[in-house]
Design a binder for this molecule. Structure first.
Ligand code: C5P
Length: 227
């Protein structure tokens, strides 16, 4: 079985985490949530009292404190931060540190190492454009702003935030704007990505849609059966 590199990008709340995890489980691939790496760096930087625009200080954290992601557990410098990084403060802080080019350089290099052997589903904002521009499969997931906000408001893993959908819409729109307009690696769909709109669809429907795209790709890389 070919060991593909599958890139899933898209804005917050598009369903990347749920879909990437399910697709990876179905294929027996590793799932990497690259956003969790930016979140962990933001968490540690805040904990050390750093200014989030102090590039030299934040990049030191990124270099000295490797982020480990294994089986849904996220740790930085050996500390499990799986729960702590899912808060509105860390949403904002992660988007701030993600604007720093030197921090991105460190994390992108790690993400490429993780993808070296293939058999990986990596989700984020720049996976198909910057991290793996030659990924075997590129998916761009999106959904309406209202649906994305509703999902975020109902996400039990995301604690301490506003649960009124209108408030979540404004926080989400602000973060999208930061991600789409930053000079380094802004969020956009790679030209060769397949767009998948998840609005109004069940998780199963979207997983099936993505697996169909993956299977088509697998058929094209497998040798034709001998006559
Ligand atoms: O995906 P998630 O919402 O956890 O990502 C948190 C933040 O990390 C995003 O708002 C974005 O600024 C940043 N990020 C990024 N590039 C990635 C993944 C996440 O810039 N590949």
């Amino acid at each position: 079985m070919s060991k593909l590199v599958i890139a899933i990008d898209g804005p917050s709340g598009a369903g990347k985490g749920t879909i990437a995890r399910a697709v990876a489980a179905e294929l027996g691939y590793r799932h990497i949530d690259s956003g969790a790496m930016y979140r962990a760096i933001a968490w540690k930087s805040l904990r050390e009292g750093l200014a989030l625009d102090d590039e030299a200080a934040v990049v030191r954290v990124a270099r000295q404190s490797p982020v480990e992601i294994e089986g849904g557990v996220v740790a930085i410098g050996g500390v499990d931060v799986t729960r702590e990084i899912r808060t509105p403060d860390i949403d904002r802080a992660a988007a701030s540190v993600a604007r720093l080019p030197a921090v991105r350089d460190v994390l992108v290099a790690r993400q490429r190492e993780m993808g070296e052997g293939g058999a990986i589903v990596m989700e984020g904002r720049d996976i198909g454009t910057v991290v793996f521009p030659r990924a075997d499969v590129k998916i761009y997931l999106d959904a309406s702003t209202e649906e994305r906000a509703r999902r975020r408001a109902n996400d039990p893993a995301h604690s301490g935030g506003p649960t009124i959908v209108a408030e979540v819409v404004s926080a989400l729109t602000a973060r999208d704007e930061l991600d789409r307009t930053r000079p380094t690696s802004p969020l956009y769909a790679a030209e060769d990505a397949t767009p998948v709109d998840t609005t109004g669809k069940s998780v199963n429907e979207v997983v099936e849609e993505v697996l169909t795209i993956v299977n088509r790709r697998l058929e094209s890389v497998l040798p034709a059966p001998s006559p």
